[in-house]
Design a protein around this ligand. Structure first.
Ligand code: GDD
Ligand code: MN
Length: 385
């Protein structure tokens, strides 16, 4: 899902606040009245509220549509066949007009009065401002010890898998924040489950992050939709971002492709050279095994690891050039691999398979670095007028 510019806007809309709802019939009227009272003092006539409902069985969407008669600044989207908090928020952002995109829960657990402090931070120049439970003035009301542990546990897991992103703020689990539209322009947002903020932190071009403390309130009506599935979605989301974000993510993809190549290499080496199979000479078997592994790796790297660069050079000729360069780099790596294998095997008497593993590990780092700089380097053609 792509966030685009708000070029078509008629009047100046500064804030688009998205309210994702599912079975919030008992909360939505009070929330809208509190939000409009507050925002009419902070940015009168310059904001819009967008409720995105997923066909709630309690007819939240119907109540919301009736509210639009009273509140012209309110829009309602009812999604028939989709479910999910994060995708609902993005759906709202996609149709919004505001320079600043916001999200707040519909169940009054996110105190509306915090909006004024969030907006102050935007006015000061922040790109992203997050309502946080873990800074001064923040907290949770009567959360059970289990819920506190689960929330903190999720944060620690995020810090282990994605330290560079989750570590940017004190409450990455927050579902209450504002972000400037231009920070997300052109970003392909495709989050999983509940944690839209992690996707924004990972994909957005965000320089200035600010945080505002708030106390997460007790829900008075209805119940939380958080389920065990959301925790699995969260982990999948973290792993997917880990694999897709930054050069470290690219190296992990390259290493995973290399792992598939090791499997191809070992299988062919076993089939050709093992005394119990064809018992061909070790070096010749190794060269054939490695070449097949190289072709396997090129195909996967061209589509997945370096796919973003490769698609800028789509022609068959360019692809063939990449294959040749990749092969040359890997052949150099192969020579290094065979040398290292023989040194470890013959000089240091290391078991052949362990020796092969050590050799492959060293050569993988060589292959990654040289291929990044040589085979897939995106040659931006600068037209010298
Ligand atoms: N459209 C839509 N579709 N809305 C949903 C869905 C869905 O599938 N599931 C939940 N919502 C809406 C709820 O109606 C509510 O407005 C908001 O998303 C939060 O849902 P809750 O089920 O109340 O979540 P929570 O209170 O346990 O956790 C919330 O607060 C945490 C702390 O900020 C969520 O916002 C979490 O993401 C957040 O970490
Ligand atoms: Mn809630």
């Amino acid at each position: 899902m792509l966030i685009n510019s708000n070029q078509t806007q008629q009047k100046q809309v500064r804030l688009s606040l998205i309210i994702p709802t599912y079975n919030e019939a008992k909360n939505i009227s009070l929330l809208i009245s509190q939000l409009t009272q507050l925002l009419d003092t902070v940015i009168p006539q310059q904001y819009e509220l967008i409720i995105v409902d997923d066909n709630s069985p309690d007819l939240t969407w119907k109540i919301a549509q009736e509210l639009t008669m009273t509140y012209p600044q309110l829009k309602v989207v009812n999604r028939d066949h989709e479910r999910g908090l994060s995708t609902a928020v993005i759906r709202g952002w996609e149709i919004s007009q505001g320079e600043v995109l916001g999200v707040i829960d519909a169940d009054l657990q996110h105190p509306p009065e915090t909006l004024a402090k969030l907006w102050t931070e935007i006015e000061r120049g922040a790109d992203l401002v997050v309502a946080s439970r873990n800074v001064e003035g923040g907290g949770v009301s009567e959360w059970s010890l289990l819920r506190r542990c689960l929330s903190r546990g999720a944060q620690i897991l995020g810090l282990i898998i994605l330290p560079g992103i989750i570590g940017k703020i004190s409450d990455p689990m927050s579902g209450y924040f504002f972000v400037r539209r231009h920070c997300l322009m052109g970003c392909q947002l495709n989050p999983l489950g509940y944690k839209i903020l992690i996707e924004v932190l990972a994909k957005g071009k965000i320089a200035w992050i600010s945080e505002v403390g708030y106390v997460f309130q007790e829900r008075k009506e209805g119940e939380s939709k958080v389920s065990r599935q959301h925790y699995f979605d969260y982990i999948r989301h973290l792993v997917r971002l880990r694999l897709s974000v930054g050069e470290f993510g690219r190296f992990i993809r390259f290493a995973l492709v290399g792992l598939s190549g090791v499997f191809v290499d070992m299988t062919i080496l076993y089939l050709l050279s093992d005394p119990t199979t064809l018992a061909f000479p070790l070096t010749r078997s190794k060269i054939l095994a490695a070449e097949l592994a190289i072709i396997n790796n090129f195909l996967w790297n061209d589509v997945w690891t370096f796919g973003d660069i490769a698609k800028k050079q789509p022609s068959k000729k360019q692809k063939f050039k990449r294959l040749i360069k990749f092969n040359l780099v890997c052949l150099a790596g192969l020579i290094m691999n065979v040398l290292l294998l023989n040194i470890c095997f013959n000089l240091f008497n290391i078991n052949r398979y362990l020796a092969n593993t050590i050799a492959i590990a060293i050569v993988t780092i060589w292959n990654y670095w040289i291929n990044l700089k040589l085979s897939w380097r995106s040659t931006e053609i600068i037209n010298n007028e």
